[in-house]
Design a protein around this ligand. Structure first.
Ligand code: MN
Ligand code: MN
Length: 472
């Protein structure tokens, strides 16, 4: 056989080998402008929706503005929302096909790792006032020390009245912090220990004041000062904090990151990157072939337990209500769920160039290379995951290529390095085909997560295409 020429070799490679596609290489001027404009709207969402409750409020507000009506009302329409307990919300756009023909579902979560206040949080020690916390979700505890923190949430007073709290976000607001030990004294208790042992959950206490009430004969006068302040400002008593959900999150806004402003840094991008993309995608949908559902769930970060989670009966109930509204009868529910196609819209940890040893570079998601499809998550030996069928991966791949979406496939970490899960496996139980698909993120689960504006936009473009595409 003759040795092939350089040209022939190149032609063969172009024809046969996978070529990673960088989003920035693929944008014309108009789409580049769309990427940057999308990033501004997304940053605003990060700022106003730092907790699951705030995300529900903002999603509902935007939906109502666009003519979505409450599914529980008898108002007619083709665009609905269903708000469940203020912590999870679904948006629906009816399709040309009947609901029993199956839905197109994009499900994202709107809770993020954080610190929650305990039910009796206030105490004083060393003439300072503190608030006790219990962390929520998978955090690296040291990342929450020595940084400004804000307090968001609700308090139910004795008379049933609700107080909404949002302290630490405005420039005029005070902030809170968890103090860290000075390096000079940290050698034995922190530096010589394993990280896990050096940073202790029970020490994640929020510094909340230092003023006393009364004179120095007064018992617990620092705690009393804070109680008095809460009473004067909000009409609260200490017992009210038992019926409260107060979430401690990093204070401050999402920011452009890097000299070239190509990235965004901010809290809660897992999973607002995907939640916001799903939101804009369903707003864009007009008369879709199949009924579209954007589902925004709570409790993903703690295993999806509870009645506002992906494991709850909410999806089944929603589909039942849709069938009844369309006069199809609830017996079509099983067919609707089993005939659905779904995206578990969640972020994936991107390859971190400083830590190549935890990634397998041939199969890791990379920042800037578009929305990432993840066939399976789980850990060691593919445990505890939905492993999407090849047929469905093929369907998604053809769809994204038709819609000119810049996409990549990525696996989370090396085999046996660790792992993680998403809500895909909980929705898969209903019989639908589902695959994980979302934005690659650096510093995932940290107080300052990083995503590429190009990937964020491609996530939106992928979801929009998924809702609008009319191919079987
Ligand atoms: Mn997530
Ligand atoms: Mn997460």
């Amino acid at each position: 056989m003759e040795t092939p020429s350089k040209d022939e070799i190149q032609q063969l490679r172009d024809k046969l080998a996978v070529k990673p596609r960088l989003v920035w290489d693929r944008l014309d001027a108009a789409e580049r402008a769309a990427v940057l404009a999308y990033a501004e709207r997304y940053k605003h969402f990060l700022d106003v929706a730092k907790t699951e409750r705030q995300a529900v409020v903002e999603i509902q507000r935007q939906a109502q503005e666009r003519g979505f009506v409450d599914l529980g009302s008898d108002r007619p329409g083709s665009r609905f929302y269903l708000n469940y307990r203020g912590k999870t919300i679904a948006l629906v756009v009816l399709g040309k096909q009947p609901v029993s023909a199956g839905l197109r579902i994009i499900a994202a979560h709107i809770d993020s790792p954080r610190l929650d206040l305990k039910q009796y949080p206030i105490y004083e020690e060393g003439d300072l006032t503190f608030l006790k916390t219990h962390y929520y979700g998978g955090i690296k505890k040291y990342q929450w020390l020595a940084r400004p923190l804000a307090l968001h949430g609700v308090i139910l007073k004795a008379n049933g009245e609700t107080v909404n709290l949002r302290v630490g976000e405005e420039d005029s607001d005070p902030v809170f912090t968890v103090c860290d030990l000075l390096p000079h004294l940290a050698r034995k208790v922190q530096m010589d220990k394993k990280v896990d042992e050096a940073f202790i959950g029970e020490k994640l206490n929020l510094l909340a004041g230092s003023l006393p009430y009364g004179n120095d004969d007064t018992k617990e006068r620092f705690k009393l000062h804070l109680l008095n302040l809460l009473s004067e400002q909000y009409g609260l008593q200490e017992e009210d904090l038992v019926s409260a959900e107060l979430e401690v999150v990093p204070a401050g806004r999402a920011r452009d990151l890097g000299w070239d402003r190509s990235l965004i840094g901010g809290y809660g991008q897992d999973d607002r990157a995907c939640a916001y993309a799903a939101l804009e995608a369903i707003f864009k949908v007009q008369e879709p072939p199949y009924t579209c559902l954007a589902l925004f769930v709570d409790k993903e970060e703690v295993g999806s337990d509870g009645n506002t989670s992906a494991k709850s009966c909410l999806l089944e109930e929603l589909v039942t209500q849709l069938l009844e509204r369309q006069g199809e009868g609830r017996q079509g529910r099983r067919a609707a769920l089993m005939g659905s196609k779904a995206i578990s819209a969640d972020v994936n940890g991107a390859l971190d160039p400083d830590w190549p040893e935890v990634h397998e570079k041939h199969n890791a998601a990379r920042l800037g290379y578009g929305v990432c499809i993840t066939k399976f998550t789980g850990h060691g030996g593919k445990y505890l995951t939905n492993d999407a069928h090849a047929e469905y991966v093929g369907w998604i791949r053809r769809l994204f290529n038709r819609q000119s979406v810049v996409w990549q496939a990525g696996e989370l970490g090396k085999v046996d390095e660790g792992g993680g899960g998403t809500i895909a496996k909980f929705l898969a139980i209903q019989g639908m085909d589902i695959i994980d698909c979302g934005t690659p993120v650096l510093s995932m689960h940290s107080p300052f997560e990083v995503a590429s504006k190009g990937d964020l936009y491609m996530t939106y473009k992928a979801y929009r295409g998924f809702f609008a595409d009319d191919q079987e």
